[in-house]
Design a binder for this molecule. Structure first.
Ligand SMILES: C[S@@+](CC[C@H](N)C(=O)[O-])C[C@H]1O[C@@H](n2cnc3c(N)ncnc32)[C@H](O)[C@@H]1O
Length: 352
C-alpha cells in the first residue's frame, strides 16, 4: 500500500500530525477524519497517537475501500471505523456510532490525486473525458446535466461565484447557444468552447478553462454549502480542548473556514464594554495564528501543496447556549440537489 502515498502525498503532514495529536493523548480519545481519501493523514494520526481511534469519512466509495485496506495493512484496523457519507452528515454519523463528543476533527478538502487522475471521472481539463465530476458516484447530478439544464443566469452565477471567472456571462451564453445545436458532453468540447470565448489578450496564467472546471466541480458536489453546514456541526460535537484542523486549496474554501474560525475567536460584545461577561468570551483559541502554507521544498516535491492554507482552532470552553442555537441553525441550511443524493444512497444501502 506504500504505492498509495506515491499516488497521493499528504500535504503539510508534520504540521497536521502535531496539531491533531495535541488533542489525542488521553485514553479512548477519538479523531474524525472527514476527508479520509487514501488515509495518508489518517494512518499518520493513528501511528502518532496510540491511545486514539479514528473515524474516517469519505463520500467516494472507491477511496474508502482503498483506505480501509491500507489502514488494515499498517496494523490499525482495530482503532479505525470507515463511514461512507458526505461530511455534512457529521452529526448523523456520530449519532449512528453512539459518539457524543470527539477530541479532534480533521479536513483535507478537495480531491485526492487518485480522483484527479481517473480520466473517466472528468475532473480535469487536461484529458478528454465525459463531464461527470461527482465525488460520490451514487449521486445523480453531473457536470453534463448542469451544462444541459441551467439557464444563462444560473451558469453565469456559478462561473462567477465559484470560479471567480471574469468572462462568466459570455461563457454561459456560448454554452446555451452551443447546446441548441448539440449537447456538450466532454471535457474537450467545454475547454474548446471556453478557449473560443475568452479573449487571448485578457487571459490570466494557466489554462483558460481552469476556473470554469473548478466552478462546475464545486456546484456538482455542493462543496461550499456542505463545508458551511459542516463546520458548525463539528463545533457542537468537540470536547472542551478539542481541535478542528482544516486544509483548504482555493480561496473560497479558505474564506469560509477563516470566517467561521475568526467569528469564534472574538469576544461576543459591543466594542468598548469594560468587562466581558462569561458567556461572551471567545469560544475558540487560535492554534495557527493565520494560515500555515507549504514551503518551497514541499511545493517542489508536491505541486498540489502550493495552494494549501492550514488553519486550526481549539474549543476553549463549553459552548454557551446562544452559540449552540446559532450553530444548529447554520448546520440546517439546505441545498437543492443534496436531498436527492442522500435519499439515493440510503435506498441503495451503501452506508457502512
Ligand atoms: C484531498 S483528499 C484527502 C486525502 C487524504 N488526506 C490523504 O492523505 O490520503 C480529499 C478527500 O475528501 C473527500 N471528500 C471531499 N468532499 C467530501 C465531502 N463533502 N464529504 C466526504 N468526503 C469528501 C474526497 O472524496 C477525497 O477522497
Amino acid at each position: 500500500m506504500s504505492e498509495l502515498n506515491a499516488i497521493h502525498q499528504p500535504v503539510l503532514l508534520d504540521d497536521c500530525v502535531s496539531l491533531v495529536s495535541g488533542a489525542l493523548q488521553r485514553e479512548h480519545s477519538t479523531v474524525v477524519d472527514c476527508t479520509l481519501g487514501l488515509a495518508g493523514h489518517a494512518t499518520a494520526f493513528l501511528a502518532a497517537c496510540p491511545k486514539a481511534s479514528l473515524i474516517g469519512i469519505d463520500r467516494d466509495a472507491e477511496a474508502l475501500d482503498l483506505a480501509t485496506r491500507r489502514v488494515a495493512q499498517e496494523g490499525f484496523a482495530e482503532r479505525f471505523t470507515p463511514v461512507h457519507a458526505a461530511f455534512d452528515e457529521f452529526a448523523e454519523v456520530l449519532d449512528g456510532l453512539g459518539k457524543e463528543r470527539v477530541e479532534a476533527v480533521f479536513m483535507d478538502l478537495g480531491l485526492s490525486s487518485l480522483q484527479i487522475d481517473e480520466r473517466e471521472r472528468g475532473f480535469t481539463y487536461a484529458q478528454d473525458a465525459p463531464l461527470d465530476m461527482r465525488m460520490d458516484t451514487s449521486q445523480e447530478l453531473t457536470a453534463e446535466q448542469i451544462l444541459r439544464d441551467y439557464d444563462v443566469s444560473r451558469l453565469a452565477f456559478i462561473f462567477h461565484e465559484y470560479g471567480e471567472e471574469r468572462f462568466s456571462r459570455p461563457i454561459a451564453k456560448a454554452i446555451v447557444r452551443q447546446r441548441e445545436e448539440h449537447p456538450i458532453t466532454s471535457s474537450r468540447q467545454l475547454s474548446e468552447l471556453v478557449d473560443r470565448v475568452v479573449p487571448k489578450a485578457r487571459r490570466p496564467a494557466g489554462n483558460p478553462a481552469k476556473r470554469v472546471f473548478q466552478a462546475l466541480r464545486i456546484e456538482v458536489n455542493g462543496e461550499l454549502s456542505k463545508l458551511s453546514r459542516t463546520l458548525p456541526q463539528i463545533a457542537t460535537r468537540l470536547s472542551v480542548g478539542g481541535r478542528l484542523v482544516v486544509e483548504s486549496y482555493h480561496s473560497l474554501e479558505d474564506r469560509t473556514v477563516k470566517r467561521f474560525m475568526v467569528k469564534g475567536m472574538k469576544a461576543d460584545v459591543p466594542p468598548g464594554l469594560p468587562v466581558i461577561p462569561d458567556d461572551a468570551q471567545p469560544i475558540f483559541r487560535d492554534l495557527t495564528h493565520g494560515a500555515i502554507k507549504a514551503d518551497e521544498e514541499e511545493i517542489g516535491r508536491n505541486p498540489r501543496s502550493a495552494s494549501v492554507r492550514l488553519r486550526a482552532v481549539e474549543l476553549a470552553r463549553e459552548l454557551p447556549e446562544r452559540w449552540v442555537r446559532i450553530f444548529d441553525e447554520e448546520s440546517r441550511e439546505t441545498e437543492p440537489h443534496q436531498e436527492h443524493s442522500r435519499e439515493h444512497r440510503q435506498s441503495s444501502g451503501r452506508r457502512r
